[in-house]
Write a protein that binds this ligand. Structure first.
Ligand code: ATP
Ligand code: MG
Length: 382
């Protein structure tokens, strides 16, 4: 079978690597260069987008910001999963909030802003501090402002206004202001839904962010009550979208109660640990779902952590000496802060995972790999 992925980054690459043993060939559409490439070798194909669509058995996407005309032509083929509506929902925070309301899934109190009076209203009704986010652009914490005091309102408004004014009548720009949630921690659930509506979810993942970017995830720590809340949100949102494929939901955990932060209609960085932590990874399960194959096992084999490699020119090979460790390199050119690869490490229990993370912390400098040592200590109970 052939799958075409819209987007040609590391997510398409890992889908391709996970699909090879299912005899599925993956090609990727690079939105920037408007060409079809092999996402593992980066070799360019002579195929046009229209030819690649016609040859594909299934089409999917690895990111949300895909031009409307490309989404439409894929949708018309009848082979696009999870489909244009789901991708647009993940790519526009205003549509996403409307979905959360429809599905009755709790999130941070918010207001949609298209003019200054809405911003002032949001400040008085939600109160400061606020987290303000562009609805249509932004990833890895970009396109966001933190409004902490009244003195900052004018300066932040002028930047917000520049974003609002750069929208067009056909593609208007909007902004969402959210109450800043004093969360205890951030978690996410990754799950998969088949064409017949079967749902399987992975164990909840705890995520650490540094400067708005995911730096470390751990799976295998969760209590069943909190897992259940996340699974309920997953079922409500995925069935409301009639979703096919892998869907990720990010939450704030506030005293044991989950509030949705955002959803991603695709495989997600906080699910990379499933490559070693489960029999079927999120990449494999996404490929299985969009091609109509039976879904794979999402149960945890053993506790697993993922460490992101940001802006580095390589992964120190010494990490491979630590038992239970695997490194994943994306083959991209290094830029500061860019996601270059990740390291997965598994162990028989949380304390042994702490030991393995301690060994990794000796190899990985704290300034480049924040949180490895402190997480190791927490897991070991030091
Ligand atoms: P990514 O692409 O990494 O998922 P993003 O750019 O889509 O990030 P968000 O996930 O919405 O943006 O926000 C990035 C981070 O900012 C969150 O993981 C969280 O740490 C913090 N954050 C976002 N919204 C709020 C909020 N309402 N209250 C408190 N913190 C928030
Ligand atoms: Mg996020």
């Amino acid at each position: 079978m052939k799958v075409l992925v819209l987007g040609a980054g590391q997510l398409a690459r890992m889908m391709s690597l996970s699909a090879t043993h299912l005899d599925i060939q993956v090609s990727a559409y690079d939105v920037g260069t408007e060409s079809i490439i092999d996402p593992v070798t980066f070799i360019k194909s002579e195929l046009s987008l229209a030819e690649a669509i016609s040859q594909a058995d299934a089409i999917t996407a690895e990111f949300e910001h895909i031009p409307d005309d490309v989404l439409s032509v894929c949708e018309r083929s009848g082979k696009f999963f999870p489909g244009a509506q789901a991708i647009k929902t993940g790519g526009d925070r205003a549509i996403e909030k409307a979905l959360l309301e429809r599905a009755k899934v709790p999130c941070a109190p918010y207001k949609i802003i298209t003019e200054k009076s809405h911003f002032l209203d949001a400040i008085s009704s939600l109160g400061l501090p606020l987290v303000v986010k562009t609805c249509q652009a932004g990833y890895d914490g970009k396109g966001q402002w933190r409004v902490k005091s009244e003195q900052e309102i004018e300066a932040i408004w002028s930047e917000m206004n520049a974003f609002l004014s750069s929208g067009t009548a056909l593609a208007p720009h909007t902004i969402v202001a959210e109450q800043m949630i004093p969360f205890d921690r951030e978690v996410s659930i990754i799950g998969v839904r088949s064409k017949s509506g079967e749902v399987k979810v992975y164990p909840l993942t705890e995520n650490q962010h540094t400067h708005g970017v995911l730096t470390l995830s751990i799976a295998g720590k969760e209590k069943s009550e909190i897992q259940q809340q996340a699974e309920q949100a997953f079922s409500a949102l995925s069935s409301s979208l009639n979703y096919v494929g892998v869907l990720a939901i990010e939450f704030f955990d506030v005293g044991g109660k989950l509030l949705v932060n955002e959803i991603a209609p695709r495989v997600h960085n906080s699910g990379h640990w499933t490559q070693q932590g489960c029999h079927a990874s999120q990449f494999e399960n996404h490929m299985r779902a969009v091609t109509g194959l039976p879904l794979g096992d999402t149960r945890l084999i053993q506790p697993t952590a993922m460490i992101n490699v940001l802006g580095q020119s390589c992964i120190p090979t010494a990490v491979l000496q630590v038992a239970g460790t695997t490194s994943h390199w994306y083959g991209k050119s290094a830029k500061p802060g860019r996601k270059m690869g990740h390291i997965n490490v598994s162990a028989k229990d949380l304390s042994a995972l702490g030991d393995a993370l301690s060994k990794l912390a000796d190899i990985l400098p704290e300034q480049d790999y924040p949180g490895v040592e402190s997480t190791a200590k927490l897991l070991k109970g030091d």
